[in-house]
Design a binder for this molecule. Structure first.
Ligand SMILES: [Zn+2]
Length: 339
């Protein structure tokens, strides 16, 4: 009896020690190949004259603002004396930006969906042909063109994805009927579309995007599009943040809909991103439709940072990380799974 009692105590102690050990165990990082579905082929000066500093998370960079000042000036001033941990600087030339980005892709074994203008994509593709999946950046009203012209561009340049579709920056709603002919084309060519829904830079309407509207982040506005084009393969870039409940409702009713994390892991403090965005979508059951995206533009260092934030999420299993980093995008893009 005494021994039996002792065994129970020892077992409990052992369980206690195991639980303690598990909690103190570092997270298990995913180390396999990665698909980054949200990478930009920008020019080095796309966000202003380089070199430009970048601090993350950006939501806390400037925490209050008096409208007697000019927002653009306040942002510029803040970037003159950057003070943050892990400060990133943008490369000064296009060549250096491409080189440093490709270095990151090799380092982390990444294949990236590269969104860019048709004239500039080749400069990037040539630097690492096996690392890129070409994607055509598209925004109304600037890119409005006859549908057969767009078809010619897509075919001639082996475009695999239509995106990033940045209509929100120009005050155009996700369900604007001017997109109908392009949705039809995407269905006809069977290429996926990737639509920006979510926050832009902080204070976007005062930072060069006067027509940007927050209300067009709401994924509910895609409902008529998905009803009308049920065969359209669509990814919501930035998962329509912060409209998480609406996004979950849309994923429930439109099971073909995928999302990408598009840089939001470094937009907000990571505790908030984990708890109220990523964890919520995973707990709702959509871990098979969330894709990794760094939203790297002018700072290649964001790629590794984005990977680390997902890897450090304490609630994700290794298998869930593998889905987010690779499997979900491979399925969405209908790639041959070669790992
Ligand atoms: Zn975007």
């Amino acid at each position: 009896m005494k021994n039996y009692f002792l065994t129970i105590i020892l077992c409990l102690l052992h369980i206690g020690i195991m639980a303690q050990t598990d909690e103190s165990k570092p997270y298990a990082p995913y180390k396999g190949p990665i698909i980054d579905v949200h990478l930009h082929a920008f020019h080095a000066d796309a966000n202003g004259p380089p070199p430009l500093p970048f601090c993350v998370p950006i939501s806390t960079m400037i925490q209050h603002f008096d409208p007697k000042d000019i927002w653009m000036d306040v942002v510029m001033k803040a970037s003159e004396n950057p003070d943050c941990e892990g400060l990133l600087w943008s490369p000064e030339t296009d060549e250096e930006l491409i080189k440093q980005t490709v270095e990151q892709l090799h380092k982390y074994n990444i294949t990236a969906v590269l969104s860019g203008e048709v004239d500039f994509l080749p400069d990037w593709l040539e630097a690492a042909p096996d690392r890129f999946i070409p994607s055509l950046k598209f925004s109304l009203p600037a890119d409005e063109m006859p549908v057969d012209s767009l078809e010619t561009i897509i075919r001639a340049n082996d475009i695999q994805v239509l995106g990033e579709i940045g209509n929100q920056y120009h005050g155009i709603a996700p369900n604007d009927s001017r997109m109908d002919k392009y949705w039809e084309l995407a269905v006809k060519l069977d290429i996926p579309v990737a639509v920006h829904l979510g926050s832009g830079p902080p204070g976007a309407p005062y930072l060069g995007f006067p027509n940007y509207r927050v209300k067009f982040s709401n994924p509910l506005q895609l409902e008529e599009v998905l009803n009308k084009y049920p065969r359209l393969r669509m990814s919501v870039m930035h998962y329509g943040e912060p409209f998480i409940d609406e996004m979950i409702a849309m994923m429930y009713s439109y099971p073909q809909l995928y999302v990408d994390l598009g840089g939001i892991m470094w937009t907000y403090p990571k505790a908030y991103f984990y708890e109220y965005h990523l964890k919520k979508m995973v707990l709702a059951g959509y871990g098979k439709r969330i894709m990794f995206g760094s939203d790297s533009m002018n700072w290649p260092g964001l790629i590794g940072k984005s990977i680390d934030i997902i890897n450090e999420a304490p609630f994700l299993s290794l298998a869930q990380k593998e889905d987010i980093f690779y499997n979900n995008a491979a399925r969405f893009l209908r790639l041959e799974i070669k790992k």
